[in-house]
Design a protein around this ligand. Structure first.
Ligand code: PRP
Ligand code: XAN
Ligand code: MG
Length: 156
């Protein structure tokens, strides 16, 4: 979905860290040996999961999506050098329409695909996620925001 919605779900750094650690709990003991972060949004949860699961092999796949192009088209700007396997975790911050996840699943068919947030349309494409978000809601991630003064209610 696009940012034209006015329903927002604001995520603080702490909330993001807490949710990603919860994701790490779900994945603990499954013996994943490598991570591919889906850049850019997947870089932050990938670092947290790598630390919690003690995974030291971390790579990235850099993608760009086209809004006006046909559905499902995703350009790979830089591929990962890690081979697809059942021990590979592919990490993104969120799944929305599922187009990114769909393309990456085709790219890494054996891997486990995880996100922190999932909207209904994209949910069937992820193996693990933590928080459900409504389809018409925009997730405001902490790296896209800054602290700002807020007027008292009485002055608004
Ligand atoms: O399920 P979808 O509809 O495909 O949307 C999900 C993707 O969109 C966002 O990335 P974006 O393409 O905005 O780029 P970024 O990660 O570089 O910010 C997000 O990080 C996911 O990768
Ligand atoms: O920051 C973001 N929030 C979202 O809800 C979203 N959906 C796709 N891409 C997104 N980026
Ligand atoms: Mg992304």
């Amino acid at each position: 979905m696009s940012l034209s919605t006015n329903k927002m779900f604001y995520v603080s750094w702490e909330a993001f860290h807490r949710a990603t650690k919860e994701l790490a709990h779900q994945l603990l003991g499954k013996n994943y040996t490598a991570i591919v972060a889906v850049s850019r949004g997947g870089l932050v949860p990938a670092a947290i999961l790598a630390r919690e699961l003690n995974i030291r092999v971390v790579d990235s796949i850099c993608v760009a999506s086209y809004e006006h192009d046909k559905q499902g088209s995703l350009r790979i700007l830089k591929d990962a050098s890690i081979e697809d396997s059942e021990q590979l975790l592919v990490v993104d911050d969120l799944v929305d329409t599922g187009e990114t996840a769909k393309a990456l699943r085709e790219h890494f068919p054996k891997a486990c695909f995880v996100t922190v947030y999932a909207k209904p349309q994209g949910k069937p494409l992820v193996d693990h996620y933590i928080t459900d978000i409504e389809q018409d809601t925009w997730i405001q991630l902490p790296w896209d925001m800054e602290l700002a003064y807020s007027k008292p209610l009485a002055d608004k």
